[in-house]
Design a binder for this molecule. Structure first.
Ligand code: SAH
Length: 252
């Protein structure tokens, strides 16, 4: 059965273009996942379809009220026999990364709730199985976070990329950044593709790629190297690169 995503938002129309295009669009047409965007205002009961109110204790801005969110999460949950894993979005959540994407890709159903305004009444988090932050910055709403999470999770689902291999040796799949890649032309504006990639020697290409991944990780994301299983040669190379860091790296 295909994985099901539900999202609750006050602007559900923003999901259509992105989720319907390219790889995500094709994957949903092929039945790899289902995606439903629900309008939070459908669970309000006043004429103005109010979803926000002023914060107790004063302060600027408006907060999302608890009643429509509780009703929406309960009724969307009941739309399918599978109980959803419920995700809220907030800058106060734990940081989203490829590991979280992998964990979510193993769920049958994920229900995401997007905040707006100054955030939500704290009591709504009683509904959450987890709260996710996209990163250390503040967005105007959770919709981009919901799209980022759905996108990262869908491309891990079997068959989503068409080519089964492509999700396997990407950035973070082995704890490293991805190696440098090139396509035609072999010579472009004075910049040439490394000879080894044109050599047809698969062993040499594999070694070059591993080395390129290590170099790039040392240069750009040395934090990823902590606790990574490296063989002796790789460890020596990383130590050498780290020692030379101040001289700058070329041809990563
Ligand atoms: N006042 C809140 C921010 C509210 S931003 C605070 O200081 O923490 C409004 C909504 O946008 C949030 O409820 C959340 O759903 C979403 N949002 C903003 N930044 C986000 C981020 N980095 N990751 C995930 N969601 C975010």
């Amino acid at each position: 059965m295909s994985m099901r995503f539900d999202v609750i938002s006050v602007i559900p129309q923003v999901f259509d273009a992105y989720m319907g295009a390219s790889i995500l669009g094709r994957a949903s047409q092929r039945g790899i996942y289902e995606f439903y965007a629900h309008d939070l205002r459908d669970w309000t009961h006043d004429r103005h379809r109010t979803v926000d109110d002023a914060p107790f204790g004063g302060g600027q801005g408006m907060l999302m009220k608890p009643e429509p969110i509780f009703e929406a999460v309960e009724s969307v949950s009941a739309m399918d026999g599978r109980k959803p894993h419920v995700v809220f979005f907030s800058p106060c959540g734990s940081r989203f990364d490829q590991g979280v994407a992998r964990r979510l890709a193993a769920k049958e159903r994920v229900l995401m709730v997007c905040g707006r305004y100054e955030g939500m009444d704290e009591r709504v988090y009683a509904l959450a199985d987890e709260t996710i932050s996209l990163g250390d910055y503040v967005l105007t709403g959770g919709e981009l976070a919901a799209m980022a999470v759905t996108d990262a999770v869908v491309r891990l689902l079997p068959g989503a990329l068409g080519d089964e291999m492509s999700a396997q040796d990407e950035s973070f799949s082995e704890g490293l950044l991805e190696y440098a890649q090139y396509t035609r032309p072999a010579e472009f504006r004075g910049m040439s593709v490394p000879d080894v990639l044109l050599s047809g020697d698969h062993g040499a290409v594999a070694r070059w790629r591993r080395e390129s991944a290590l170099r790039r990780t040392v240069q750009w994301r040395p934090d990823l190297l902590d606790g990574l299983p490296l063989n002796e040669k790789e460890r020596a190379m990383v130590d050498g690169l780290l020692a030379n860091e101040s001289t700058g790296l070329e041809g990563v």
